[in-house]
Write a protein that binds this ligand. Structure first.
Ligand code: AMP
Ligand code: MN
Ligand code: MN
Ligand code: MN
Length: 324
């Protein structure tokens, strides 16, 4: 078979006239709907962002876009907040889509940042709420310090402007990246991170996020499933990636994200092997932030490789165990 690039594989119709073909994720799938309402092939996306953190679409618009893209099971996973879940769930109900509560928790592990996605938890759980409130406080303090540093990079009034961009949502580094672009200091988001916002650069502020064990405990204490997000998204060496996965499993974590919007098949196979080694299930999530990320679509994810158990088969997942 001729070799094709990943971009080609993603955009090229499987055959003339046939739209992008999604492979059915392995294993039984239960979405919680009446079987008669669910004759569709499941399309799963369990990682995406809205304006409640660094996404560009409101929860309702994001869900509408996911529905349009054919997603049938969807989780909103904003950074350190569950504020968008009620709106997203209402929109998902209107679209007849299976909605799963989600969050992406910032963790500091071995002086590195990890992201732990929580799925299918009770949004009213007090322990999870207290943990997220603490992280939101850390975000606020960090924003003040980043803003102060950005003044020296030529960005005036960075804090109120970042706050205005974030609105009701959490202030994140991509908000500061937008200010760097607005003020002509940087060309684009990638350059803003590369030159100013990533560790070691002049506007980076290191903070202590949640301990890994705490994030897992908050999620599971709220009845949810803890997933180590995008194992290839931290810029780790293979050794550190495996250490992080092992530490997550040791902390009691449940699953590993296998296919994301930016993984290639080889990475997915490697991640699936790592998950199996540590008894973790597999999850799928695009990590969609904005329509401008034209290379990354909601629900456009390859199926889990091999026979790795899927996170949606977990008994805590909505509808799991309802039917075989
Ligand atoms: P924060 O949690 O506020 O530190 O922001 C983290 C977010 O910034 C991630 O979820 C990504 O959306 C984005 N991000 C992190 N690193 C980069 C990078 N190198 N280039 C572009 N975006 C990035
Ligand atoms: Mn993000
Ligand atoms: Mn992340
Ligand atoms: Mn994310």
């Amino acid at each position: 078979m001729p070799r094709t690039t990943r971009a080609e594989r993603r955009t090229r119709p499987a055959s003339p006239g046939q739209p992008w073909r999604r492979r059915r994720p392995r294993g039984a799938f239960f979405c919680g709907h009446e079987p008669s309402a669910c004759d569709h092939a499941p399309v799963i996306d369990l990682h995406a962002h809205s304006t409640r953190s660094d996404g560009r679409l409101t929860p309702g618009t994001l869900v509408a876009r996911a529905a349009e893209a054919g997603v049938t099971t969807f989780a909103l996973t904003d950074h350190d907040t569950t504020d968008g879940l009620a709106d997203a769930r209402a929109a998902a109900d209107a679209h007849g889509m299976c909605f799963v509560n989600g969050v992406e928790i910032s963790v500091t592990w071995q002086r590195r940042t990890l992201h732990i996605v929580g799925l299918a938890f009770d949004v009213d759980d007090a322990g999870l709420g207290a943990g997220l409130a603490r992280l939101q406080h850390t975000r606020r303090e960090r924003a003040e310090r980043i803003a102060h540093k950005l003044e020296k990079c030529g960005v005036a009034d960075a804090l109120p402007r970042a706050q205005a961009l974030a609105g009701d949502g959490q202030i994140t580094r991509p908000h500061f990246a937008r200010l760097l672009i607005e003020d002509g200091v940087c060309r684009d988001n990638a350059q803003a991170f590369k030159r100013h916002l990533r560790p070691g650069r002049d506007a980076h502020v290191a903070v202590e996020w949640a301990p890994l064990e705490d994030a897992v405990a908050w999620i599971q204490g709220a009845g949810g499933i803890a997933v180590l997000a995008h194992p290839f998204g931290y810029g780790f060496s293979a050794v550190w990636r495996q250490r992080a996965i092992a530490a997550f499993a040791q902390a009691g974590g449940d699953a590993l994200e296998i296919s994301t919007g930016t993984t290639d098949r080889q990475q997915e196979i490697t991640a699936a092997r790592n998950a199996a080694q540590h008894g973790l299930a597999g999850s799928l999530g695009s990590d969609f932030h904005a329509p401008e990320q034209f290379w990354l679509g909601l629900g456009r994810l390859r199926a889990l490789p091999g026979d790795l158990p899927a996170v949606w088969q977990d008994r805590r997942f909505p509808g799991a165990g309802a039917a075989e």
